[in-house]
Ligand binder design. Structure first.
Ligand SMILES: [Zn+2]
Length: 200
């Protein structure tokens, strides 16, 4: 008899929550990075935002896959190694009860059937979790990109208000400041005659 250990643990919401958070946060971060590197004009354009969006989707997919492996595969491997170590020592794979000398087929400590070996599988629970995680992560990526775009556009509107205040208060020449978090590496600039734009 084989003790099957699924890649995804029984409490699958931990795996799903981790994939959702990682996909959302990494798409927000990477969309910001690429969008501000490529586009310096103010305002939103679907055609210009497509490339940063695809890039953010790819990066978020990689990050979510790494997160999935980290959250599921590492605990599953630890569980497998512990079970194998207990089995080779003649103990119950689950609770470690010493079964040597026992004639029953069920552990008298935890009620689990005794097994010969443990193995890691990608079973129904794992497949179902991945099937739920994919659309969830896509929603998280769309949400992350929309949040990033919203942050960029709202800051551009705020900068335009600052520039009009600067001019109405008698300011002459150029006006510039760094963008706020998470885009502090780039700047917003107003140049008389050219208007407002961003820089790297
Ligand atoms: Zn046991």
């Amino acid at each position: 008899m084989i003790y099957h250990i699924e890649l995804v643990p029984r409490r699958r919401w931990i795996s799903l929550a981790a994939a959702f958070i990682i996909a959302g946060a990494s798409s927000l971060y990477w969309y910001n990075e690429f969008r501000l590197m490529e586009i310096h004009d103010f305002g939103f354009s679907l055609a210009r935002s497509l490339k940063p969006g695809v890039f953010a989707l790819c990066m978020a997919t990689i990050a979510a896959c790494y997160g999935f492996v980290f959250v599921n595969a590492i605990p599953a491997c630890v569980h497998l190694l512990r079970s194998q170590r207990r089995l080779s020592a003649g103990r119950c794979h689950l609770c470690g009860y010493d079964r040597r000398g026992s004639n029953t087929q069920i552990c008298s400590e935890c009620g689990e059937p005794f097994v010969q070996r443990a193995s890691l599988i990608c079973g129904r629970r794992t497949i179902l979790t991945v099937a739920i995680a994919v659309p969830m992560c896509l929603c998280a990526v769309v949400g992350g990109i929309a949040t990033a775009e919203g942050l960029i556009l709202s800051e551009e509107r705020a900068f335009e208000r600052e520039v009009s205040n600067f001019i109405s208060n008698g300011g002459v020449g150029m006006y510039a400041r760094a963008r706020r978090w998470p885009n502090g590496y780039s700047s917003l600039v107003y140049v008389p005659g050219r208007g407002c734009h961003g820089t790297d």
